[in-house]
Design a protein around this ligand. Structure first.
Ligand code: SF4
Ligand code: SF4
Length: 225
């Protein structure tokens, strides 16, 4: 079977599990920061990026700060993605290839905000979108209103092309950010102010994790897939 066929078959399988976004990244030259052993990392040349859309209704209820409904939804979406990634990895393995599912939300070091890898960077390489002013992956159709998981593999999949788009003239998230962390230039995103605000929300027990959702709500995309 050729790369295109492997790609299309895996895409069909993944979409059948309920994912809204599917893309494949060539990671052969992009493994910097992966928290994996060099031996395993060396073998994995492709990353499958899987995304599921968040609920418009739940996001609608966010009024300047996270709430219990969003926190539950966030965890449910992550748990759904972990199940999907597990099934995709299992499917790849049954076909005789190596596969490693990376959890949707598992932080290894909260201060450094480090994980096994960055799902959003993989998403960029997989052509799903660009890093927006809000420092999140932005997809043309869904904005930032989705969650991601990744499956690494040595399956010979066709790789997608990186998107050439960006936020353009949109500035919707800048005015709503309660930390003033979002700037005109995406490279100037103020990570520290954002993280301090997330800590403040968590200390107030608005959510039992460092999440916010305000800039996710603002970034709604075109809606056209
Ligand atoms: S997560 Fe919240 S505090 Fe951080 S940039 Fe987005 S809106 Fe601002
Ligand atoms: S709301 Fe607009 S400016 Fe902000 S990240 Fe999304 S597309 Fe970019």
């Amino acid at each position: 079977m050729g790369k295109e066929n492997y790609y299309q078959e895996l895409k069909r399988f993944s979409k059948g599990l309920g994912v809204d976004l599917f893309g494949v990244a060539d990671i052969s030259q992009a493994k910097e920061g992966f928290a994996l052993t060099a031996e395993l990392s060396e073998k994995l040349k492709r990353a499958v990026s899987l995304g599921v859309r968040l609920s418009e209704g739940v996001l609608e209820e966010i009024q300047g700060a996270p709430n219990k409904l969003y926190f539950h939804h966030y965890r449910t979406a992550n748990s759904f993605l972990d199940q999907v990634a597990f099934k995709v990895a299992h499917h790849i393995q049954k076909k005789g290839f190596l596969a490693l599912a990376i959890p949707a939300s598992q932080i290894l070091d909260w201060q450094k905000q480090s994980a096994h890898l960055s799902h959003k960077k993989v998403g960029v390489l997989a052509g799903l979108g660009w890093i927006g002013r809000n420092n999140l992956l932005v997809n043309k159709a869904l904005g930032s209103q989705f969650r991601l998981a990744t499956v690494l593999t040595d399956m010979p999949l066709k790789a997608d092309r990186i998107s050439k788009e960006d936020c353009g003239s949109c500035r919707l998230c800048i005015e709503v950010c309660p930390a003033g962390a979002i700037k005109d230039d995406p490279a100037q995103f103020d990570h520290l102010s954002c993280f301090e605000k997330l800590k403040e929300f968590q200390a107030k027990r608005l959510a039992d994790q460092y999440i916010c959702g305000v800039c996710v709500k603002a970034c709604c995309g075109s809606g056209e897939e």
